[in-house]
Design a protein around this ligand. Structure first.
Ligand code: AMP
Length: 278
């Protein structure tokens, strides 16, 4: 496995054999089995796999959240090596955003609701850094998690709108045995918050079950999720949404594919989760 900070070194390694296909998994590090599932899928579908580890300051609207973001580069590199990754980019913030930097990518409507509502500028930061990653690695395929459903949709929109020459592959959410979606942020939960955090998946499951049982009113499904999360004293709900899977517009009546999603704070740690209804 080769590890570089410098963009020129990444390009040289990536193009050492122009005939091999590359899959890319962008990450912010502090890796877990969710990230490694992207690596596994990329390995299955490409000759070589690249991973980026970069805690992107441009996508954090809250400086405290950025400072508190967990990191462990040595462990991350061990995990990536053990999982057969070929090339890792670990740039510094100055390499990604030199002082003269002034170009941003802004995907419009789809970034406005949900995460966009509570994290101003978040998706502008995501779209910008992902564009840069695509330009640096020029992968044939890029791998994202369904856990960050709005992010995956935003990247898909951007790839189509700006004609990036690659396929976006969205991989299923990997969970703890009790249902909590794996996230680097889970490491910051207190034991009490960790115990209560499973309420997110429980609320999503309840809504899904109610939908299967014939409850198609989006308002009733939102209320069901809100009430369930309300039972956990440490959970501060930000949103409980029932939205169109492709546009993310809130629905009135769930008669087609829908995305049920939730965001909540647990003692200052912000968690998100979602399930898709077909
Ligand atoms: P992050 O390091 O949190 O920016 O995540 C990097 C990539 O891993 C994103 O595409 C995430 O959607 C994906 N990811 C994070 N958590 C999970 C999970 N529990 N299951 C599947 N993919 C995930």
């Amino acid at each position: 496995m080769q590890v570089f900070q410098d963009i020129g070194d990444i390009r040289t390694a990536r193009w050492s054999d122009p005939l091999v296909s590359w899959g890319l998994g962008p990450t912010m590090g502090f890796l877990h089995d969710g990230h490694l599932s992207l690596v596994g899928r990329a390995k299955d579908e490409n000759d070589c796999v690249g991973v980026s580890i970069f805690v992107n300051p441009a996508q954090f609207n809250n400086p405290d959240d950025l400072t508190a973001y967990p990191t462990n580069m040595a462990r991350d590199l061990e995990l990536l090596e053990a999982n057969g990754v070929d090339l890792v980019w670990t740039p510094s913030a100055l390499q990604v955003y030199p002082p003269s930097f002034q170009t941003y990518v802004d995907v419009e409507q789809i970034t406005l609701p949900l995460e966009g509502g509570s994290r101003a500028g978040h998706f502008r930061g995501v779209s910008t850094v992902v564009s840069k990653l695509f330009n640096v690695f020029e992968p044939q395929r890029a791998y994202f998690g369904q856990k960050d459903a709005q992010q995956a949709l935003t990247v898909q929109r951007m790839v189509e709108d700006l004609n990036f020459n690659l396929d976006v592959v969205v991989c299923q959410t990997i969970r703890e045995p009790d249902g909590l979606a794996l996230s680097s942020r889970n490491a910051r939960l207190t034991p009490a918050s960790r115990e209560q955090s499973i309420v997110l998946y429980r609320a999503l499951q309840l809504a899904r079950q109610a939908w299967f049982n014939g409850e198609h009113s989006a308002k009733a499904l939102r209320t069901l999720m809100t009430d369930e999360v309300g039972k956990s004293p440490l959970a501060q709900l930000e949103y409980a949404s029932v939205a169109n899977c492709s546009t993310l517009e809130e629905m009135d009546h769930v008669d087609g594919a829908a995305l049920f999603s939730i965001a909540a704070l647990f003692e200052g740690v912000r968690l998100i989760d979602n399930v898709r209804i077909q």
